[in-house]
Design a protein around this ligand. Structure first.
Ligand code: PLP
Length: 399
């Protein structure tokens, strides 16, 4: 079938929830993807921070192939080895003692809110239910996580939203302190805001939030759906800040591109979920767990991937800083951690994204004017250089 016909059928049969670019992608290897007609692109979107090892990493491919021949799915009425091993691996490498598996970031955050409420009501015996989230945040599209998301543009037409979720300014400890009441059960935060424009809090902020939660006996939920699995140069972003949450959610990078989400918690909190309290038919499915096990194996192997992420993140930011110096009328700010990097523009980002696409570079723009780069953690200097050359051409044409 030709691209033109595929695009027509796409418009005919898919709900129009995305303004997709007029490109049909067919295959990928590493940082490269190819369109239906064979045009080559470098992928700096990485499935929105999902393809942490690039496209079709051989170890993930083999793990999925082996698993798909053995067992694709059984229900959670039975034990399966890949799910047990994956939980053990996540617990070994994090603050957490227990894991619950689901299928997406929104589901993981939904479960986190349920766990926090249930912990106080059933486990502690206090009627605390209110969750404090932050403005500009993104937590997902289900009704609870949409309510928790601190951006009004996503909420239009979906009233009434969930009661018991309030918002305060991100990176403002006093605003959070003033918002806590006797009803507050949890604070829900991204360690750094991704979708909201790659916003990095003050180095002390998360530690202050931790202390505030301890002082008021409330739970701290960190949404590491975007920042987890090496994206910031450590396995989890909270490790940069010298603190740990009570509950953490993961999804995007966890399966190396295969859908899987996870809710992690300390034993004390996790005990609030007992048989019958929460569940997911597909959660922790053998195929998804096999993909996640292979992904984590590679990410943790000899520290190579995390090192590469740190080094390339530094190099990438330096090259972007140089561009900022050359184009002070176009570029306002560069910020990021590891390979989650934002370039704030003094103008709308959409035309830049489009011009880059035409020149074989996939990039993302969020919050209207922030170019967000989330390449696979295995990206090389040469690939970064190719993108910088294209950005330079595009900015030249704009200037
Ligand atoms: C993407 C994202 C989500 C939602 O994940 P889905 O898998 O799309 O449901 C939640 N939180 C953060 C921080 C995200 O970046």
């Amino acid at each position: 079938m030709e691209t033109k016909k595929l695009l027509e059928d796409s418009a005919s049969y898919l709900m129009h929830t995305y303004n997709r670019f007029p490109v049909v992608l067919k295959k990928g290897r590493g940082v490269k993807v190819w369109s239906w007609e064979g045009k080559e692109y470098l992928d700096f979107v990485g499935g929105v921070a999902t393809n942490c090892l690039g496209h079709c990493h051989p170890k993930v491919v083999v793990a999925v192939q082996k698993q798909v021949q053995r067992l694709i799915h059984v229900s959670n009425f039975y034990h399966i080895e890949p799910q047990i091993r994956l939980a053990k691996m996540l617990v070994t490498h994090s603050f957490a003692d227990k894991v619950f598996f689901c299928n997406s970031g929104a589901e993981a955050n939904e479960a986190a809110i349920k766990l926090a409420r249930r912990y106080f009501k059933e486990h502690v015996g206090q009627n605390k239910f209110e969750v404090i989230a932050t403005l500009n945040s993104f937590h997902g599209r289900t009704l609870a996580t949409l309510t928790a998301t601190g951006q009004d543009k996503f909420k239009v037409g979906f009233d009434p939203l969930l009661p018991g979720i309030r918002h305060v300014e991100f990176d403002n400890i006093d605003a959070l302190k003033n918002a806590i009441t006797n009803d507050t059960c949890a604070v829900l935060l991204e360690p750094l805001q991704g979708e909201g424009g790659v916003r990095i809090p003050d180095a002390e902020y998360l530690r202050q939030v931790r202390k505030l939660c301890d002082d008021h006996n409330i739970l701290l939920i960190l949404d590491e759906v975007q920042t987890g699995i090496g994206r910031t140069g450590k396995l989890f972003a909270y490790e940069h800040f010298g603190m740990a949450p009570d509950i953490m959610t993961l999804a995007k990078g966890l399966g190396g591109g295969v859908p899987i989400g996870a809710l992690l918690a300390t034993d004390k909190v996790a005990e609030a979920f007992q048989p019958g309290t929460h569940g997911s038919t597909f959660g922790g499915n053998p195929l998804a767990c096999a993909a996640a096990l292979a992904t984590l194996d590679v990410v943790l192997e000899d520290g190579f991937v995390l090192d590469q992420c740190k080094r390339m993140g530094k190099y990438f930011r330096k090259r972007l800083e140089d561009l900022k110096k050359d184009f002070p009328d176009i570029v306002a700010d560069i910020r990021g951690m590891g390979l989650l990097i934002g370039m704030e523009l003094l103008r709308d980002g959409a035309p830049v994204v489009k011009a880059c696409l035409e020149r074989g570079m996939l990039i993302n723009c969020t919050a209207g004017n922030v170019l967000r780069f989330m390449p696979p953690l295995i990206v090389t200097e040469k690939e970064i250089d190719s993108l910088i050359d294209v950005l330079e051409q595009v900015f030249d044409a704009l200037a």
